[in-house]
Design a protein around this ligand. Structure first.
Ligand code: 9WN
Length: 435
């Protein structure tokens, strides 16, 4: 059975691979290369087609800007089946943007440090992979320095995101509190996503108005980081984003050590790492909730909600044994009932939970993969296995969807897989789970 599932997963990835040397997340819905998707996709390919794994990473890193920034979408091809496309984003407004590759002017979570380390773990020919890593590692390091130099405005080791799309968790109920502080104009535009997917599973039109308005403000300042930090109505320190930076820092340090030399770089990374870990624990941990939460820099306060991002610091050295235990009990108490698959993207006990809508409740395989790694690293093997088995089960029963209903008994639909079908990271990470 798992052989069959594995073969299907490989087919999804192979079918989504494009001639330009990158993989789309899902046909129709997402026709370009996305940043964090491409990291997870490379991990899947690494198990059976190393050349494609390397190409995926190489292609996105080629689109890096002169200041180290790596964009969230790279528009390698022309198509108007996605909105907003390159004409809306206009990355050329930024003086250091790539001249060759049009992109968005926002980013996504920093995956590539730990992805490079996983590629090395999986590779049979370690020397060959090390040579690949040596060629690309400085780009990833420069990307981390971009974050620390431009987005850590209080020099506390925590970097900000200025758009909900930067978080990767686009319409999380966490952002509802921020939308209340804004009153964007009513944009006129043609939605494309809802021509591919049931509108009940996607963000609302009004939410899109907010998304577009923040981009318009960033564009007004030519995507200048300082101006964005000053003027963006959305400015948040996200526990998932910062965890991924920290976990990627740790991988970079180990890889640089493996390569030898580079003492200045590793010393700098260690210094940043210590600051970031302490920032996470002092500013983003919420004692009452027993979880990490988002911090709204605009309003100067924590956003006191628990979502799957709240547990992802387990995928790093951020929580000590006591905090790790706290996280696990919060997860089990609120998200872990016997009637549920782990791990819902938003607190199932909260009124804002919606089991079918995107990041407002459904289970996502990439977050599950990070939680699995984290739980294992912190010694919670049984819970790690539960998350892994739940992920495999959801895909086996429903197919390679973008997200899944966390309820084991689903009264609303026969199929509990939602959003895009034949979704690349679901396939890629399933391969890693199975092998
Ligand atoms: C906007 C590609 C991306 C993922 C995000 C996911 C979704 C895009 C959209 O798809 O976002 O970036 O148009 O909804 O939320 O995490 O990277 O798979």
């Amino acid at each position: 059975m798992s052989e069959e599932l594995l073969a299907k997963a490989k087919k999804v990835l192979n079918d989504n691979y494009q001639d330009g040397g990158f993989t789309i997340p899902s046909k129709g819905l997402y026709p370009f290369q996305w940043k964090w998707d491409s990291g997870f996709i490379a991990l899947g390919f690494a198990h059976y087609d190393v050349a494609k794994a390397k190409k995926e990473v190489e292609t996105i890193l080629n689109a890096q800007w002169g200041n180290g920034f790596i964009p969230h979408i790279v528009f390698h091809t022309e198509t108007d089946t996605y909105f907003p496309g390159k004409d809306f984003h206009e990355s050329s407004l930024h003086p250091k943007s790539s001249k060759e590759y049009p992109s968005t002017g926002m980013t996504q979570p920093p995956v590539f440090g730990f992805i490079l380390e996983h590629l090395y773990r999986i590779a049979e020919d370690k020397n060959d992979m090390l040579a690949f890593i040596e060629k690309h590692i400085d780009k990833v390091f420069n990307n981390h320095m971009y974050f620390y130099e431009n987005r850590d405005i209080h020099k506390e080791g925590l970097v900000y995101i200025y758009h909900n799309w930067e978080s990767g968790t686009d319409n999380s109920p966490i952002w509802d509190d921020i939308w209340k502080t804004m009153n964007p104009p009513e944009y006129t535009f043609e939605r494309r996503d809802t021509t591919h997917v049931d509108a009940a599973q996607r963000p609302t039109k009004r939410e899109y108005d907010h998304y577009l308005y923040i981009i318009d403000i960033a564009k007004k300042y030519n995507y200048d980081d300082k101006a964005i930090a000053e003027h963006s109505p959305f400015l948040v320190q996200d526990p998932l984003f910062n965890t991924m930076l920290i976990q990627s820092n740790a991988s970079l340090i180990r890889l640089y050590e493996l390569l030898g030399g580079n003492e200045d770089i590793t010393a700098l990374l260690r210094e940043k790492q210590a600051l970031s870990i302490s920032g996470m624990n002092t500013k983003l941990f919420n004692e009452d909730l027993g979880a990490y939460v988002h911090y709204d820099l605009r309003q100067g306060k924590q956003l006191p909600y628990i979502c799957s991002s709240s547990f992802t610091p387990l995928y790093s050295e951020v929580p000590d044994a006591i905090k790790a235990e706290r996280l696990v009990s919060t997860m089990l108490e609120r998200f872990g009932g016997e009637d549920k698959y782990l791990c819902a993207s938003f607190d199932p006990t909260h009124e804002r939970f919606n089991p079918r809508k995107y990041w407002r409740g459904p289970v996502w395989i990439n977050v599950n993969w990070m939680l699995y790694q984290g739980l294992k690293n912190h010694g919670y093997n049984e819970l790690a296995s539960r998350i892994k088995n739940d992920s495999i089960e959801l895909v086996k029963q429903n197919g390679f969807f973008e997200y899944f209903d966390a309820r084991k008994e689903n009264p609303d639909a026969e199929n509990s897989g939602y959003g895009g079908d034949n979704f690349s990271w679901t396939a890629a990470l399933l391969i890693d789970f199975l092998l």
